[in-house]
Design a protein around this ligand. Sequence first.
Ligand SMILES: C[S@@+](CC[C@H](N)C(=O)[O-])C[C@H]1O[C@@H](n2cnc3c(N)ncnc32)[C@H](O)[C@@H]1O
Length: 220
Amino acid sequence: MPLSTSKSEKAKSFDLAYQSSGMYYGWVVRPEFERFFNNIDLTGKTALDLGAGEGRYSIHLARRGCAVTAVDFSASGLNKLQGIAEQERLPVTTVLCDLETYAFPENTFDVVVAATILDHLETGARHRAMAGMAAALKPGGLLYVNVFTTEDPGYAAAGAVDAEGVSDTSFGMAHYFAPGELKSCFTGLALLDYYEGVEEDTSHGKPHHHGWASLIAKKE
Ligand SMILES: C[S@@+](CC[C@H](N)C(=O)[O-])C[C@H]1O[C@@H](n2cnc3c(N)ncnc32)[C@H](O)[C@@H]1O
């Protein structure tokens, strides 16, 4: 299905960002993700990375032994990701697709990652994706989600990407999560870790801040 005009404008803007040399968002994954998953043997596991972009989470998981399926609507992000995976001979499959129409497989993945993507989806698509993510986990599978919250300066700036302290890629945002909201989204899963806070980000564009919420949960 072709992307709507506003969707294709957003995909083009991400394409442009990912055409930069190097990793636009850097290689660093969130500390709560690294802390938790570093203590788990991921050899031979399968992972789904939603809104994977240029793939810092996909590559991190693949280097740890996971076969990764990476989904995004940015062709240049996925091309960059595929190139890195091929160079390192890592098992990454890329899927160029709008998450609004992605057919979530059921009971398929040991790990599902959604790093700053649920907040890019409008309400209906977001709820569909959240249900799809839980369904896509195998029993015993682990979910990692992070999103931006209403504490993020981008929320008050209401779309003004040039405003003081706001991320240059906040154009992609559809929904800033209220405090506690992310925690209430996956009540069918066992909550293992939850974090909310505001932090500086110097990884891309001008220095800015983000209001973060992140969650790790398990499908029993
Ligand atoms: C803020 S970036 C995060 C990228 C990656 N998860 C990371 O943490 O480095 C958001 C990503 O979501 C993708 N995206 C946004 N809306 C999407 C949609 N409707 N379908 C597929 N991908 C989408 C963008 O192309 C972009 O790569």
